[in-house]
Design a protein around this ligand. Structure first.
Ligand SMILES: [Zn+2]
Length: 456
């Protein structure tokens, strides 16, 4: 019946494992799963050898070298993990706290006053752990964050065993975390130094946006990033109002205003980019500019829909972010992938664009590259052993024919069976291995009681 498909799935043939690998022993051998190598290739029945946290062999035949542990994954799908390129993970505690409002009203009347009362290291830790539960169970292995007390987020990410590109949100007003933007930048610098050797965690400056930071603050952030060889993480052109205010206050659109700060000489992760103008697109085309597309958040706050097809046609590097659980209200890359594909299809009235494979690539390899983790995002020899195991034989996903279609269009809650990062299980057979699920659920409930009794 294959001829009935417009594009039949095409497994690829791989060569036998190189001889020198036969000499090595393997820590873990995963066998018999369908293995998605990257957006272009998958193999129907694969064998993955893992040693010292790295993938040392990927083949269609069982390797002859000994494995200390063999795991049979017949009927399962192995995929690279997902990278969520924009969130504020501690805000998971505010999931559903204030909905159905425009962005500025939501921020100014609810989120900021509430945060002014709540922000503390304990709050940040509790929110981060709550968010990690959902992220891991939906196959996310790394994320880009911006918040306060980011050293707490870093510790949680480290303990969970995930990847993080974490930034202190730098604002020009006092917060419970710092008295001014200068202190925020100092805190960022200290954290950058602390984590400079870490293999899974990177720190970068996060000047929040042009409407919350002065030009000087953004310049200082850029200088720090330049000095340390780091990225910059910023919100950009999220709403029409932001662009109109920029024209009114600076006589320039946001990108041209920001171009005077030096940030575009660096690697920039720009969240939202709903309203880039044609001139801005032309200017940014050749820059090291990574778009984090946050569709659910932009839809829910009615900010608009980014012209993703235009960005793609101009060669932009597009990645996927969820934004926080208080504006999304999930941190689930599976939901986000499906939505992006179908919303842009209908926006352009063209069902052939933004295929499952293309969206999958944005969530995996492109996300890993945007975050600077070049050895993740695909499955091949020499890459870090970062994998997600899916069980497609569930009531909401049977049957499946194409693994990319399965992941992007039908996989969801309950699909992710196990997650491994750098050879270490962080979820195994639906059980968390690095964080304490029961404790997190209990503490989140306690925080809910506290939060709902706060009067604003
Ligand atoms: Zn954001």
């Amino acid at each position: 019946m294959r001829q009935r498909f417009a594009k039949p799935p095409t497994p690829v043939r791989l060569r036998a494992p190189p001889l020198f690998f036969l000499m090595n022993s393997i820590d873990i051998l995963l066998k018999n799963a369908l293995v998605i190598l990257n957006k272009n290739k998958f193999i129907e029945k694969g064998f993955i050898g893992i040693k010292d946290g790295k993938i040392i062999s990927v083949s269609e035949k069982e390797p002859e070298n000994k494995a200390q542990e063999i795991i049979d994954l017949t009927d399962k799908i192995i995929s690279p993990g997902f990278f969520n390129t924009h969130t504020h993970i501690p805000m998971t505690l505010l999931r559903g706290f204030a909905d159905d409002l425009p962005l500025m009203e939501w921020l100014q009347k609810y989120i900021w006053p509430l945060e002014a009362k709540l922000l503390s290291p304990e709050y940040v830790r509790a929110g981060t752990y709550a968010g990690l539960l959902e992220m891991i169970k939906s196959g996310t292995i790394g994320f880009v964050d911006m918040y306060f007390f980011e050293e707490e987020v870093a510790e949680c990410v480290d303990k969970a065993g995930m990847y993080g590109l974490l930034s202190v949100g730098i604002l020009d007003f006092e917060t419970p975390y710092y008295k001014d933007s200068k202190t925020a930048i100092k805190k960022t610098e200290k954290l950058m130094d602390e984590y400079k050797e870490h293999e899974r965690i990177k720190i970068c400056p996060g000047p929040h946006a042009i409407y919350t930071c002065s030009k000087e603050t953004i310049i200082s952030s850029a200088e720090l990033a330049k000095e340390k060889g780091a990225r910059i993480h910023i919100h950009l052109s999220e709403t029409k109002k932001e662009v109109e205010d920029s024209l009114k206050n600076f006589n320039k659109t946001p990108v041209f205003y920001l171009s005077e700060t030096g940030i575009f000489d660096l690697n920039v992760i720009a969240a939202h980019c709903v309203y880039l103008t044609n001139k801005e697109i032309e200017f940014l085309k050749d820059k090291r500019f990574y778009i984090s597309h946050n569709l659910t958040s932009n839809l829910k706050l009615a900010s608009g829909i980014a012209p993703l097809l235009k960005y793609k046609e101009n060669g932009f590097f597009i990645t996927i972010g969820t934004d926080s659980a208080s504006s999304n209200n999930n941190l689930d890359m599976l939901r986000e992938m499906k939505l992006i594909s179908i919303v842009h299809k209908v926006k352009e009235l063209n069902p052939t664009i933004f295929s499952a494979r293309e969206i999958f690539d944005m969530a995996t390899k492109k996300g890993a590259l945007a975050m600077g983790f070049e050895d993740s995002g695909e499955i091949r020899e020499g890459m870090s052993a970062d994998i997600v195991i899916f069980d497609p034989y569930k009531e909401n996903t049977i049957p499946f024919y194409d693994p990319y279609s399965y992941i992007v269009y039908s996989a969801g809650k309950g699909s992710v069976q196990s997650v491994m990062v750098k050879g270490k299980w962080i979820l195994k057979d639906y059980e968390f291995k690095t964080i304490d699920e029961k404790r997190i659920l209990r503490e989140t409930k306690e925080w809910r009681e506290r939060i709902k009794n706060i009067s604003l």
